[in-house]
Ligand binder design. Structure first.
Ligand SMILES: C[S@@+](CC[C@H](N)C(=O)[O-])C[C@H]1O[C@@H](n2cnc3c(N)ncnc32)[C@H](O)[C@@H]1O
Length: 253
């Protein structure tokens, strides 16, 4: 997964609502020092640095971070000074520094497949959060009809992405299917894709964890956080049964 950071940015160039959300959240919680876990190519971290926040970003994928550095190098001096990047695992980091806001945006927490991995992240976050600081986590809310349709059996491969990259002339096509395993809350997405029309399709499988609200409450309670708010969208709307997102705000107890 994430073996082509350039394509990742092209695929997600229209996702912008969460950029405004995180800048507003940083203001709302008076965050001077921000840590983004799984910052990837800097889709969120760079705009936050540009807005004047001091941001540290970490990611486990070298290629994603290299692309982030490349994009950062094109920004002004102040933005560059505001962003520090680390190649490391969100399950195990130690910066000897405290942050006012630590967040995991855009479904990155779905990559934590086991309870142990999830608890390891919460533990590291707890250690790095300043008194009164906030931990925020943004994932999809579980879509029961989608999950039911893919329950225990693979859905058909469907063409979900088909576009040309104008500067390289290459074509990106993706066929996805889905399978949901309820006992592990695992969403498997076999994917066929290529980067050029002439290229053979590659098949890869992305597995992600599907979170339910009570589970996130328990992870917070167990790890020394009280849940202050749960937002259901990028406009700070309250979470309810039709919300597209689950955005938890935890305070260190
Ligand atoms: C959906 S992307 C999000 C990137 C960025 N935050 C954004 O909003 O565009 C998920 C990111 O999680 C990273 N990731 C997955 N597991 C990780 C881990 N254990 N530690 C750190 N980063 C991880 C991936 O490398 C990838 O960059």
């Amino acid at each position: 997964m994430y073996d082509n950071p350039y394509e990742y940015d092209i695929e997600n160039e229209d996702v912008v609502d969460d950029i405004t959300f995180w800048a507003e959240a940083a203001k709302r919680y008076r965050a001077k020092r921000i840590l983004e876990l799984a910052c990837g190519t800097g889709r969120l971290a760079i705009p936050l640095s540009k807005a004047g926040f001091s941001v540290t970003g970490l990611d486990i994928n070298k290629g994603m971070l290299e692309r982030c550095s490349l994009k950062l190098a094109k920004e002004g001096e102040d933005t560059q000074k505001n962003l520090t990047l680390h190649l490391c695992d969100m399950r195990d980091f130690d910066f000897n520094e405290a942050f006012d806001l630590i967040f995991i945006g855009f479904n990155s927490a779905n990559h934590l497949l086991s309870i142990e991995d999830q608890l390891r992240v919460f533990k590291c976050v707890h250690k790095h959060l300043a008194t009164g600081g906030r931990f925020m986590l943004d994932v999809h809310s579980p879509n029961l009809s989608l999950l039911a349709a893919a329950m225990d059996s693979q859905t058909e491969l469907k063409l979900v992405t088909d576009f040309y990259v104008s500067d390289s002339g290459s074509r990106i096509q993706q066929y996805n299917s889905r399978k949901y395993s309820p006992e592990e809350q695992l969403w498997s997405m076999p994917k066929k894709s290529n980067s050029k029309a002439s290229e053979k399709m590659r098949t890869t499988t992305d597995d992600v964890h599907v979170y339910f609200p009570r589970e996130l409450h328990l992870l917070h309670m167990h790890s020394g956080f009280e849940v202050e708010d749960v937002y259901g969208d990028y406009s700070f709307g309250e979470f309810n049964s039709s919300s597209p997102r689950m955005i938890f705000v935890g305070r260190k107890v």
